[in-house]
Design a protein around this ligand. Sequence first.
Ligand code: MSP
Length: 644
Amino acid sequence: MEENSKPSFYITTPIYYVNDVPHIGHAYTTIIADAIGRFKKLAGYDVFFLTGTDEHGQKVEKAAVEKGMTPIQLADKVVIRFKKLWEALNISFDYFIRTTQSFHEQGVQKIFQKLKDKGDIYKGIYEGWYCVSDETFLSEDVRLENGGHKICPDCGKKANVVSEECYFFKLSAYQEHLIAFYQKNPTFVRPQSRMNEVVSFVRQGLKDLSITRTTVKWGISLPDDPAHTIYVWFDALHNYLTGTGYDRDMKLFEKYWPATIHLIGKDILRHHAVLWPAFLMAAGFPLPKTVYAHGWWLKDKTKISKSKGNVLDPHIILRSFGPDPLRYFLLREIPIGLDGNFSHEGFIHRVNSDLSNDLGNLVQRVLTMTTKYFDGKIVDIGAEEAEDTHLRNGYESLKKRVYRYYDKYSLNRALEDIWTFINSVNRYLADNEPWKLAKDKTQKKRLGRVLYQSSCALHVTAYLLYPVMPESAEKIWRYLGEDRSPGGESFSSIEFDGLKSGQKALQPEPLFPRINLKDFLEEEEKTQVVPAEEEKMEFIAFDDFKKMDFRVGEILKAEKVEGTQKLIKMEVSIGTENRTMVAGIAEEYAPDELEGKKIVVIVNLQPAVIRGIESQGMLLAADVDGKAVIPFFVEDVPAGAKVR
Ligand code: MSP
């Protein structure tokens, strides 16, 4: 199908705070989104998958001070941790947004201004209880404790009274619109129980919402009233618009907005199901189709979170087992919507029994016998008998059910059903005993049929598992001698006997080696001695450094990029040619003080399009508290000279 004619499917995760390193809870949402996105691609959709980081606000500001860093330094550091984790987990996002990117900041300012012009935002005085940890004002009905203070019902921390001049959003004016919207769209919030919760919350009455702070500096300020910083949730929620091109690439934006599904944890349901649609209604955008709230992963009955001090670092599991066991465990163990308890015993039991015994051994046995009895060739010989047809038919109905489960986001049901099929293949082998057939020359055709049927079953099983376990699915296909990738095949095209006769299979490495609990716990203990923040500097090889081509560049011309605050467009001579470059330095340097200056440029970096301008190189600058400081040459050096 042509990319353009495919229906679009836009899926998002929350953008994660950068006040600390990612844990299993963050991994969970992102893995669900990845599995759904991968399935939708197989099902013929044009998928856009957005994730990213929420970098502004008091929480990040505070964490940075505690660590002796500037907020942007902390953000830069933690973002790397998130990106590395997503890479290790095989997360196939299309865009990673950071709320400190200038296009996002400008997009938010623009929408804020629009609501202000329309009268939906007005100035007033706010006094209320504020939870710094959750960046949220407590609702009035949270009771006063004996000491005369309030406790945040979500995180259990003490809240502070905040009184300040601020801008308000007229949330109260949207109460009836929201109720009407929920009535017309009863599946806007899923699961259903959460929809009921939202409706009764809104029915109790909505008050106007304070959406700027003068006490918080780390955030997007209002261009015409810079003492005010935009409330971090107003800022963050709009990532779903700016991340898919709003105000930057409207064609892309119009292709994907409104979002098909915002996947979130139940902790941030009201922000997404009440505030977000109200902001969107006010600004005149179409509303997202679904907000899906999943449950929490708990450890010893307590939510896994930084503030509870019980975070689990997924890296330990990933280093030992790769991405698929964790992806499988998290998606198989609980339906999306319920809470789950994470224990190492539970994880290891699942991996050993489902992955290692049921699936891994099956792959190993079928391919070892193929190597031994047919010189590694998959052969389609021998007539199909009733039980062979039974396996084929089993797949035909399984495929339909699995499609429906994935489509309803019942990922655990899809996996359960696939496992029933895997076990039926194991039974088929046990019943037909190919190792015995191999001893009787007259049974060669029957042996071929049994192995062919089993290989076909593995081929389609791997395909059905692909959304959840992409790496293992690819491996199984490769072992079966497939030169295609499961991720590139449409759901409707996968038939049971898709393996070509004569195709050469490979002798596989064990897919999921069994885990020994004791060894695993010892390994984990050793690893946890290294505190997360003491991460070692990563060295690159000299050969990698040599690949970077740094040159002296002479700035011939410089001008501000229209409609932006931070960007300057430059014409830079690098000796052999002139390059156009765009840099975020307009707040620190005026265009005319740049002209004639000589700087260091990396000239072999892939060009990037910034605000519609192709930037063909990047200048080097120091980052001092988030401000750029450019090293200029004081000696007279020729443009184009190599810097090394
Ligand atoms: N920055 C906000 C979200 C803004 S979205 C416009 C935020 N960030 S967060 O870092 O605290 O991440 C919250 C999300 O992480 C939850 O909604 C959930 O998706 C995931 N989880 C964090 N801890 C979790 C568990 N223990 N269990 C499951 N998911 C959890 O809130």
